[in-house]
Design a protein around this ligand. Structure first.
Ligand SMILES: NC(=O)C1=CN([C@@H]2O[C@H](COP(=O)(O)OP(=O)(O)OC[C@H]3O[C@@H](n4cnc5c(N)ncnc54)[C@H](O)[C@@H]3O)[C@@H](O)[C@H]2O)C=CC1
Ligand SMILES: O=C([O-])CC(=O)C(=O)O
Length: 337
């Protein structure tokens, strides 16, 4: 919530230290952490072009001034600021409405997303520790893998700081939706821009569950088509990792997906309610604490969790044990068990 200029002035006059006042929804600030990376740079480009973004704060441990100088020459609305290294993180996230996090290492061929845990868990924990203090009301969108575990890590850090609000924390699974829509459109000759495929569960292997039965426009798939499409969607990240042959994982399609999701969060903040799939704390599926489903986004983040009723129940059941393993690993990392 933004304070009117008058109350800000009188608070300052009374010597009050104002901590973490959010910008007004009319001037949204988006902070991008990991802004110099393979995802960060094209995602920064797309966010700079987003007419809803008033301030784009770029944070990384390296190369931020160059990326910011480059982006700041684009004739779009967003003001761009650069913040480099831990000492400048507080300023990067302070008053942010939305914080998008692609900071961390990507996979190489032969690795699972869980193999990134040892490096990325600590990166996410430390970033969220500062967010908890400088921007406790921000909507946080985590791209860093393994998403199934980094979201519970972030939640535990926010809880430890007494500022956790389950409506405000998201694992970004939009790329799974983007891919499903691309693959289905290609197979069926649909217009990809008008094809809708919800994807639920998590963001690794069998936890990625495309609800092909709910494709719009309504589409019939043979058993053979489903048997081919489902694993292709589940392994699409690995398809890119292998094609890049050691040079990283998906960056361009992820930048598009991340920009789409960040835009949806900002629209929600501005009162333009909309529905997106995201990995959030949820009671949609029994026996698992975090699960991606379509959720309605609004001024406070998740306004409503839209459940899953689906023909894909076997896939959902199969994902629960794997998700619980990933979630428990993240929680234990923060709790030091
Ligand atoms: N959720 C999803 O659907 C997807 C997630 N990813 C994940 O996104 C992450 C980033 O991937 P890329 O951009 O390709 O990697 P990258 O290595 O190209 O870029 C990562 C950036 O993070 C920065 N960084 C490292 N430690 C940091 C810290 N403590 N604070 C701030 N910045 C820090 C690096 O300096 C680098 O600029 C990976 O974990 C990857 O697995 C990738 C694709 C899809
Ligand atoms: O596969 C990876 O390591 C990156 C990722 O999450 C994706 O492309 O879906």
């Amino acid at each position: 919530m933004a304070l009117p200029a008058k109350s800000l002035a009188s608070a300052a006059a009374n010597g009050l230290r104002l901590v973490s006042v959010r910008n007004s929804s009319s001037q949204p600030k988006v902070a991008l952490l990991g802004a110099s990376g393979g995802i960060g740079q094209p995602l920064g480009l797309l966010l700079k072009q987003d007419p809803l973004v008033a301030h784009l704060a770029l944070y990384d441990v390296v190369n931020t001034p160059g990326v910011a100088a480059d982006l700041s020459h684009i004739d779009s609305k967003a003001k761009v600021t650069a913040h480099t290294g831990a000492a400048e993180l507080h300023a990067a996230v302070k008053d942010a409405d939305v914080i998008v996090i692609p900071a961390g290492v990507p996979r190489k061929p032969g690795m699972t997303r869980d193999d990134l845990f040892n490096t990325n868990a600590g990166i996410v924990r430390d970033l969220v520790e500062t967010i908890a203090k400088a921007a406790p009301k921000a909507l946080i969108a985590i791209i860093t893998n393994p998403v199934n575990s980094t979201v519970p890590i972030a939640a535990e850090v926010l809880k430890k700081n007494g500022v956790y609000d389950k409506r405000r924390l998201f694992g970004v699974t939009t790329l799974d939706v983007v891919r499903s829509q691309a693959f289905v459109a290609e197979l069926k000759g649909h217009d990809a821009t008008k094809t809708v495929v919800p994807v639920v569960g998590g963001h690794a292997g069998i936890t990625i569950i495309p609800l092909l039965s709910q494709t719009k426009p309504s589409t019939k798939f043979s058993d053979e088509e489903i048997a081919k499409l489902t694993p292709r969607i589940q392994d699409a990240g690995t398809e890119v990792v292998n094609a890049k042959a050691g040079a990283g994982s998906a960056t361009l399609s992820m930048a598009l997906a991340g920009a789409r999701f960040a835009n949806a969060l900002v629209r929600g903040i501005k009162g333009d309610k909309n529905v997106q799939c995201a990995y959030v704390e949820s009671d949609a599926v029994k026996g698992v604490q975090y699960f991606s489903t379509p959720v309605e986004l609004g001024p406070n983040g998740v306004e409503k969790i839209l459940g899953v009723t689906s023909y894909e129940q076997k896939l959902i059941d199969a994902s629960v044990a794997e998700l619980n393993k990933n979630i428990e690993k993240g929680v234990a990392f923060v709790k030091g068990k």
